[in-house]
Design a protein around this ligand. Sequence first.
Ligand code: G3I
Ligand code: 9MR
Length: 562
Amino acid sequence: QAFAQNESIRLNQVGFYPNAPKEAVWVGEKQTDFVILAKDKKKVVFNGKLSEQRTNVISQKTTQIADFSAFTKPGTYYISIHDKGISYPFEIKKDIHREAAKASLKGFYFQRASIKLPEKYAGKWQRNEGHPDDKVLIHPSAASKERPENTVISSTKGWYDAGDYNKYIVNSGITMGTLFSLYEDHPEYFKSFDINIPESNNAIPDLLDESLWNLRWMLTMQDPNDGGVYHKLTNASFDGMVMPDKATKPRYVVQKSITAALDFVAVMAQASRIFKPCDKQLPGLADSCLTAALKAWDWAKANPKLFYRQNEINKQFDPDVVTGEYGDGNNADEWIWAAAELWISTKDDSYSQAVNLFPDANLQLPTWSQVRMLGYYSLIRSEAILTPKGKEALPALKKMLTGFADGLLDGVNQQAYNIVMGKTARDYMWGSSSHAANQGIALLQAYKITADKKYLNAALGNLDYLLGRNATGYSFLTGYGSKQVMHPHHRPSEADGIVEPVPGLLSGGPNPGQQDKCTYTTKIADESFTDHVCSYASNEIAINWNAPMVYLAAAIEALQKK
Ligand code: G3I
Ligand code: 9MR
């Protein structure tokens, strides 16, 4: 009986590095000690004391921390707390998160539009090609003299945004920026990081090959006539829960927007420096990206107030377009990100004057609508190639980013799970898992600046959060952990008739907004999650959530090696 699995012992269900912190969390009435059991569930290999009790400020539940960092021997184990039972199994092993890192990058392959996914790469999740997108209509909201309404354009490739089949430039922006930044931060690590995609055998790292699938699509979203960028490529309304090849409604590009244009500038400017060394394999691509960026920048300067306005504008036309909005009425941060990437890639100081790059010290974690820090991460990463004026800006910027990370660490020693994520209920918004991952990235930036391991360890804590050390007990990455998400709001996973969802996708996570009106068992913010396909507000997947997951897992892997 004592060997019954007890879900109240919360831990990273994938496992731990031999020489990094290892913690589990007991949620329940006060206990005194714990042991680690070997794989046979009998032999005790470690004795530990539980910490003092802590109170979860969100749920008022009490917890205790089981710290077994001192135990370093590789193997498979369980944590046992007296008569309470045992935890899920976990491993201690070098490279423990490499598989999850690879799977979450492979998750993007599964999101590819305009291509068949054969068994060779997709395994049992093989599927037909969906959405060729070679005959896309100019929606009347996007019509121009050169491209009147219903003009047909080709806009193939790209990733499906999420559980739906539409493609949105704004959300592609932060996604690409995050993946490109991962590459720029750890280029060596990606020299051998194959994820079994059709391009795996070429000379380009798979991280870049996969990103190219979406980059090529993004390039088609620019109107060559004026440089403006369509906000999205979409159906008029969301599809039912069908496979991609069964979703055949007409596709439109809709409204050009300032936020789409500026995110596009940033991505293309960053791409231009990343692909420059690949000129032999991808002739002209880097230059085309820079040209596209400059053209969109000029368009943005001429149209700074053209925000995407879904409700006011689309309904004046037929058809009304009511899919994902990604509406954002503040573009100050998009200007900063775009200008920073252009400044780095062109080495032209005028971009640092065109925009107020450092308006205040009020940093906010990256989300699709808040991209300022992406520009800052790029600046500190690019120290070696910045102009003298750029270098001058760095000391203050580094201080600001480190200060932000210190703010994240502040109070962790009181937090119920001893992690950064979840110090307040405000951390639980739509896509809260990406918030945890983005906190991890911010901490890793501070680690890069200071070499102080407390930041690296805290980032690892947030990875533990995502893989099970949280108030729901779920591991939020499909296919990984003992208590897995099985019913994400993801059309292929729902429609393909295969029990297991497509692997390597990060579920959005707890969100007390409960906008989907599904049935939840609680309103408590950090538990407000339901593993049901109806729950797009807590259990959808999205590319802008997967990207920081890839970043966090892969960067931690890369850094553990050093
Ligand atoms: O900004 C306010 C904040 O001030 C307020 O305190 C908070 C309280 O709820 O809400 C914040 O706004 C939220 C906004 O996201 C910004 O985070 C909204 O409530 C929330 O409804 C909104 O959710 C967005 C959702 O679309 C609905 O528009 C998600 O961020 C966004 O990730 C999600 O994206 C969808 C696409 O539209 C379609 N494809 C799937 C994708 C993922 O679900
Ligand atoms: O599937 C859609 C998901 O991608 C979005 O995040 C969500 C919110 O915009 O909307 C989902 O679509 C639902 C629609 O909004 C309402 N009818 C049910 C749809 C889900 O089947």
